[in-house]
Design a protein around this ligand. Structure first.
Ligand code: NAD
Length: 488
């Protein structure tokens, strides 16, 4: 049984009830956490509010040092954290090793960016005046995190929010709270009490009280569109700053000039990493009609070679899905496509050799179209639906025919097509020939129903700072443009 962190102390909280955390590869209960309540959120928000002033006034060098120390501790606890990520989330160890490196580096990156500047000087209208912009922290930030990248998506919020001078209450996913609590215990323990609080619990019971709390001016949320809409309906009337990273339905377009073997590997990686449970997973693939056969063949052959199993096994390429509800929704998408005429080219079922765990075979489908649910709604599982296009203009039009706009991938070395793609595709990230690779300095986020927030880069820091303009006139004197207008 793990405890949650409130005001520097580990506690069971008020409810005394627990949430069991399951290993998705074995369905075994690995640990449990407190089922946090509105009262726990209240205590945590008060604790974070009480230390906001000293934290925001702390010297930039000291704060940077404390954030670098988080990064050092994450690296020192690398092996335990990587293993725990695989146990509670399921993806293979190499993917979690990469997640951990991102976490440590994100704290180092924002430690430095946070002390780089806190505003800018403007050109003033008159010589006696001085105008400048201050970037200031908001106060207590509520961070609500999903299960698919439990630590990376936490770090992308927590590191910039702290670097900007805010204090925090984190609500991890009820499915993957163990790594967040481990981080709190081993990597945040040098921070002043109350600066970071972690309250575990369900979305409605612990997440919503955080969203509706009058003393929490910012909600940084990553999760589904439906939850984002619910959060917006609560937070918008309270004029909160809503930082919403929502779903996706990313497309990969393969151009005629692409090498089939390389395109197949790029597509499989983009669609199947974390068993397809990435907000920027490739969920639609568009192939040129000319050459569609060789691209399809290469993709099917490569996907057939992938090995399913526990993420702890070094031979595993793809782990389980997170849970039964998610697998059932995935199977519904496959079934809808099949019933409307799609062909299953490989996969299509649960693996027979894995009796336990929420596994599903990676599934390649041909003959799909945009009437099918699998080409319209977020599938969030290991599917690769293939659709043919005739002209490149049509490929772009199909890519944009979607309510989401998170990312998009092009596999090509044709400069005209590349330019047309990044000019005309409506998505927050465009990847050419290297899908899903992020950059610490590159703002990550979506357009359309994927939400407009940005994480990483200077933009990711500015999401947690509000802008104040100071207009200062050195001459304390009566101005000619003040009342009364009728003076001589
Ligand atoms: P989810 O929306 O079900 O839950 C996300 C978090 O919100 C969890 O901590 C949950 O407890 C909490 N929550 C649920 N209901 C709530 C409520 N009413 N009020 C406050 N908090 C509430 O999402 P999930 O299933 O955990 O994650 C998968 C989704 O996340 C997918 O849609 C995926 O695309 C999206 N995602 C987006 C990005 C991105 O950067 N855009 C990254 C990763 C995942």
């Amino acid at each position: 049984m793990r405890k949650m962190l409130i005001n520097g102390a580990f506690t069971m909280g008020r409810s005394r009830e627990q949430i069991e955390v399951q290993n998705p590869a074995t369905e075994e209960v690995i640990d449990s956490v407190p089922r946090g309540t509105r009262e726990d959120i209240e205590t945590a928000v008060q604790a974070a509010g009480a230390v906001f002033d000293p934290w925001r006034r702390m010297g930039a060098n000291e704060r940077a040092h404390l954030l670098h120390e988080v990064a050092n501790k994450v690296r020192a606890h690398n092996d335990e954290l990587v293993r725990l990520l695989t146990l509670e989330e399921g993806k293979p160890l190499p993917e979690n090793q990469e997640e951990l490196e991102w976490v440590a580096n994100t704290f180092d990156y924002y430690a430095e960016l946070g002390r780089h500047h806190r505003g800018s000087v403007l050109t003033s209208g008159e010589p006696s005046q001085f105008n400048f912009i201050l970037k200031e922290p908001y106060g207590v930030v509520g961070c609500i995190v999903p299960w698919n990248y439990p630590l990376l998506l936490l770090a992308w919020k927590v590191a910039p929010a702290l670097a900007a001078g805010n204090t925090l209450v984190i609500k991890p996913s009820e499915m993957t709270p163990l790594t967040a609590l481990y981080l709190a215990e081993h990597c945040f323990d040098h921070l002043p009490a109350g600066v970071v609080n972690v309250v575990t619990g369900y979305g409605v019971e612990a997440g919503e009280p955080l969203v509706s709390h009058p003393d929490v001016p910012v909600i940084a949320f990553t999760g589904s569109l439906a939850t984002g809409q619910r959060i917006a309906s609560i937070g918008a009337p309270m004029m909160k700053k809503l930082h919403l990273e929502l779903g996706g339905k990313d497309a990969t377009v393969i151009a005629e000039d692409a090498d089939p073997e390389i395109a197949a590997k790029a597509v499989a990686y983009a669609a199947l990493i974390n068993a397809g449970q990435v907000c920027t997973s490739t969920e639609r693939v568009y192939l040129p009609k000319k050459g569609a056969g060789k691209f399809t063949e290469a993709i099917v052959e490569h996907v057939r070679s992938l090995r399913l199993g526990s993420g702890l096994e070094p031979t595993t390429d793809m782990g389980p899905m997170i849970g039964e509800t998610y697998r059932a929704k995935f199977e519904m998408h496959i079934e809808d496509a099949r019933s409307r005429g799609a062909t299953i080219l490989t996969g299509g079922g649960r693996p027979k050799h894995l009796a336990k765990g929420f596994f599903h075979e990676p599934t390649v489908l041909g003959g799909v179209d945009h009437a099918m649910v699998i080409m319209r709604e977020e599938t969030f599982g290991p599917a690769i639906p293939l659709m043919e296009y005739t002209t490149f203009d049509e490929a772009i039009q199909l890519t944009n025919d979607c309510q989401y706009g998170l990312g998009a991938v092009l596999i090509s070395n044709d400069p005209r097509k590349i330019k047309q793609f990044f000019d005309d595709v409506k998505a927050g990230t465009i990847w050419i020939n290297d899908p899903l690779t992020d950059n610490y300095a590159g703002p990550f986020g979506g357009m359309k129903y994927s939400g407009g927030a940005r994480e990483l880069g200077v933009e990711g820091l500015d999401e947690f700072r509000e802008t104040k303009h100071v207009h200062w006139d050195f001459n304390l004197e009566d101005k000619s443009y003040w009342y009364p207008y009728g003076r001589d």
